[in-house]
Design a binder for this molecule. Sequence first.
Ligand code: AVJ
Length: 321
Amino acid sequence: MNTLAKLRLHDLAPEQEDFRTAVLEGLTKPHKSLPCKFFYDAVGSALFDRICELPEYYPTRTEIDILTEAAPQIADLAGRGGVLVEYGSGSSMKTRLLLDALAPDVYMPIDISRQHMLGACHTLAQDYPALHLMAVCADYTRPFTLPRVARGGQRRLAFFPGSSIGNFAPLEALRFLKNVAHQLTAGDGLLIGVDLKKDPAILNAAYNDSAGVTAAFNLNLLARCNRELGTNFDLSAFAHRAFYNAAAGRIEMHLDSLRAQTVRLAGQAFEFTAGESIHTENSYKYRPDEFRHLATQAGFEPRQTWADTGELFGVLYLRRR
Ligand code: AVJ
C-alpha cells in the first residue's frame, strides 16, 4: 500500500526572506541577537536530536519517562480518537507515545522545518498505517490558522512538548497560549512540557555539555548565515556561552566574539568588539504554580500536573475553558 496516500502537506511556507530580514534586524540592534527559531535547518535539527541524547540534557528523557507513565491518564483526560495537533513536532519521537495511547484519527504536526517534518511523517505513515497525517509547515511564533480537518470529529488535543514554550518570554508565552486556546474549542486539551526551576548547576550543565554538541548547535546559526545569506562569519572567532540568569528565570545562550571583527551582509558591515555577544536563545524555566497561573490567564483550566521525582521537568494537562 502507498503509505503516503494518507499524508497531506499544508504549507504556510516561512520564506527565505524572513531569515535575511531577521538577521539584518538582529545584527543592527544595540545588543545583537538572532531568533532561536533559525537554529533548525537540516544541520541544526540533526544537532538538536543529538542534544536530546546527551547525558547532561535531562529534559528529553525525563519528559519521555513522565509521558510513558502518564499515558493511560492522558488518554482518559483527552479521550481516544480525534485530532492530535503538535506544535514544533521535529522528529515526532514523543508523539509515538500518544499515538499508541490515544489512537487519534488525525495527526497534525506543525513545524518550521519542512523537510525534517516530512521525513518524520514518512516514517510515521509506515508505522501507523491507519493514521491520517496533515503536516503543517508554519512558524508557530506567528499567529496562523490551522487547516480544517474532515475527519476525526471535533475533539482536539494540542501537544507542545520539550519545554519549547520556554523560548518565549512570559508575556509572549501568554500570547502564544491564547492563540492555541483560540485554535481549540471548549473542552479540548493542551498537553504541555515545561522545564522547571532547579539547582542552577543542573541547568548550566544541560546547556554546556562536555561533548560540545550544544556549542556546535549554537555556532551552526552562524554557519547557516554563511550558507544561506553569504555572510563571512569566522566560526573560529565566536564562542558558545550559556548560563542561568536567576533574576530572569532563564538560560541564556550567546555567541561571543573572540576579537574585534567585521561581518558583511547585503552590502552592510556589522562591527563586533572583542567580547561582544550575539544573544541567540532564552529558555525560561517555571515553577509549576507559576506556569499554571500563566495557563489560567490564557484561558485554560489546569487539570493535572505530572513531574519526575527530582522535579526536574513538568508535564501539564490543561483544559480549554
Ligand atoms: C527546544 C527550546 C526546549 O531550550 O532546552 C537545547 C533548545 N537549546 N539546548 C531548550 C535547546 C540548547 C531547547 N528547547
